[in-house]
Ligand binder design. Structure first.
Ligand SMILES: NC(=O)c1ccc[n+]([C@@H]2O[C@H](COP(=O)([O-])OP(=O)(O)OC[C@H]3O[C@@H](n4cnc5c(N)ncnc54)[C@H](OP(=O)(O)O)[C@@H]3O)[C@@H](O)[C@H]2O)c1
Length: 267
């Protein structure tokens, strides 16, 4: 259930990607407003193609206000945001590290959804965590869910504190996977493959495995077992990766470090 009207403040990488997803999903462009003082060419073209009002002189109050400026740009944006919030406006913030209490106090808005999308949202394949303040109605929550689902998976958290753990898994996770591609390519070169071929093979392997995970509902552990013949080459490699101080242990340490940092960066 998309909201009848929406205002997006900040049409950068993430805001622009979400806007594209919403318009694809049928958000009414005539009741959509975008505010961004220096919109990118892509954001300008998207608004132009759909007839979305870009930086109107007197923007109306919308059902949903999505805040997608950089966290460090929030203070500067607040004076322009407050007049866009009515008594029934739901504010959705995707600002990393900005808590519901902080947003609610600065914007004088009780109904807040704090969301943490990730980079693959830009290709409609994101994984977003969301948490709602007590004042968010079930209808508003449905609207937030519908909006966030336009760019991928949505997981709702009951406790805001869990957003740091979620950030450490799905928020930062795409970078871990990109690093896996680098590491596999590097290992391929060390094993004798030409550099560019190793890069291409590693990239295609990770992207292909990701696509397979998406297409096949079986658990990752089962897919792994299915490609691991006893005594074969994969089993030999997994014996290294799955030893006590192997990938799982390293990943736990990495996620704990990211979670700790997310807590430090939160207001
Ligand atoms: N990118 C990600 O993967 C990702 C993932 C999770 C969460 N987020 C969150 O998403 C938010 C946006 O990140 P991003 O990567 O999309 O950044 P971005 O590309 O820099 O987008 C921010 C946009 O907001 C505009 N802006 C700045 N001040 C504004 C104001 N006062 N009013 C209206 N618009 C304003 C910026 O314009 P200028 O360029 O002219 O300053 C820019 O177009 C951040 O808070 C970040 O924590 C991003």
């Amino acid at each position: 259930m998309l909201p009848p009207s929406l205002t997006l403040v900040g049409a950068g990488k993430m805001g622009g990607a979400m806007l594209a997803g919403w318009l694809r999903a049928g958000l009414d462009p005539a009741r959509t407003i975008v505010i961004d003082p220096l919109p990118s060419a892509e954001a300008g073209a998207l608004c132009g193609a759909h007839g979305v009002a870009l930086n109107p002189s007197a923007p109306a109050i919308s059902d949903v206000l999505v805040v997608a400026v950089k966290p460090q740009g929030l203070s500067e944006a607040v004076p322009a945001l407050v007049p866009l919030i009515g008594p029934n406006t739901l504010v959705i913030s995707i600002l990393a590290g900005k808590t519901i209490a902080d947003l609610s106090a600065r914007l004088s808005a009780p109904a807040i959804v704090r969301a943490m999308p990730n980079l693959p949202a830009s290709v409609g394949r994101g994984a977003t965590g969301a948490v709602a303040s007590a004042a968010v109605s079930s209808r508003q929550r449905e609207q937030a869910d519908a909006l966030l689902a336009c760019v991928g998976l949505v997981e709702w958290l009951d406790e805001e504190a869990l957003i740091d753990a979620l950030t450490a898994v799905s928020g930062s996770g795409p970078a871990y996977v990109f690093h896996l591609v680098e590491a596999l390519a590097d290992a391929g070169r060390a094993a004798g493959l030409p550099r560019e071929m190793a890069d291409r093979l590693s990239r295609a392997t990770v992207a292909g495995a990701g696509a397979l995970l998406d297409a096949d509902p079986r658990e990752a552990a089962q897919l792994r077992k299915d490609v691991t013949s006893p005594g074969g080459t994969t089993a030999e490699a997994l014996g290294v990766l799955m030893r006590e101080d192997g990938l799982a242990s390293l990943m736990r340490e990495a996620v704990a470090a990211a979670k700790r940092r997310a807590g430090e960066l939160s207001d």
